[in-house]
Design a protein around this ligand. Sequence first.
Ligand code: GLU
Length: 429
Amino acid sequence: MNPDNEPQARNEVQPENLNLWHAFLAQVNENQIYFGASQETLEYLRHPKRMVTVSVPARMDDGSVRFFTGYRVQHSISRGPAKGGLRYRAGLNLDEVRGLAAAMTIKCAVMNLPFGGAKGGIDVDPKTLSRSEIERMTRRYTSELVDLIGPDKDIPAPDTGTNEQIMAWIMDTYSQNKGSTVTGVVTGKPVAMGGSLGRVEAPGRGIAYSIFGVASREGISLEKASAAVQGFGMVGRYAALGLFERGVRVVAVSDSSGAIYAHDGLDIPRLLEYKTENGSVLGFHGAKRIDQESLLTLPVDVLVPAVREGAIHAGNAAKVEAQIIAEGANHAITRAADTILEREGRFIIPDYLANSGGVVVSYYEWVQDFNNFYWTEEEIRQNLEQHFTHALESVYALKLERGLNLRQAAFVLAVSRINESTNLRGLYP
Ligand code: GLU
């Protein structure tokens, strides 16, 4: 078993002081002067609807039983069922999960999807388990949550350390418990059993769409632009491909084994094949090895940190030369780094916008599952691009009207939408 999402992120300890829940609360507090939302709505954001911790006993191949800790946080259901990924990561804790669940609430609202926000996962390094151990652990985790998840309640999806196969096991376990096949309980499933075409590439493609959308609105030409992409997992590799296909010279990429550089640009489709064959980007023809950390400070026009939280921090932000930085990974830029980059006049495309392609196509998958009618890859791509165009239009309207930066504008737009639905629904009883 080799879960393929963002391999570098799996064993990485979060940078010190980067508590994702506290980072979210700080964002709510900092921006509240712009919201125009009621204090009550802000309190909803500060109080996740439901937080569940479960013990997950699973039989190991040697016959012993190991106990894992699993989480699921449903942060908000104000705009629809809770939605968000599932990560398997050593050291996962409740603050990380609820911080990311809150981020999903914001992300879904920015993209105007009829979802609230959720996140979950298990404190485990999946690399240390066999395929059948991961299957048994996943099925037990699912059965612990079987009454809390569902297509109209809470819909998990892949995230760091999880993949399509894990979604298939969750769907099967849920369906066995319910007595009928329920494809819509998870998204990011294999296409052969209710998944959507284009879902795998969606987070990466969305990053490319958002970069081109922001560049054109800011009057920046990307015609001869160069880019560096940190991470060649499921997000980074398709961000690199999306940029390459639009004529950007992708000069550097990295994965868990190291970073490579080629001044004239890397042939990304060939590099994808090379990575599949060799398991690493190192040794790719015509590229030289560079230091992983130096990838972030290369003299490029576009930078995509797509590996982990806090990749750009107070210690390296001033050395970043890229004009546009798109957060491929959630919280890739710390708040201190954000201030430094802002001062230097860089354009930051926040995670809420940049990496939301995955959940947008998850939404398409959920809709297709309800209808049992599936769209072509071309339809998915066109819809996704249009979805980004609409989201950017709304974010830019607020940005210009209120003089905000992109991160603030996206956040304020999301909160205003959540505020509207919260008020319309009212308080029960
Ligand atoms: N894990 C992805 C994210 O953080 C996808 C979530 C989803 O599709 O529900 O955006």
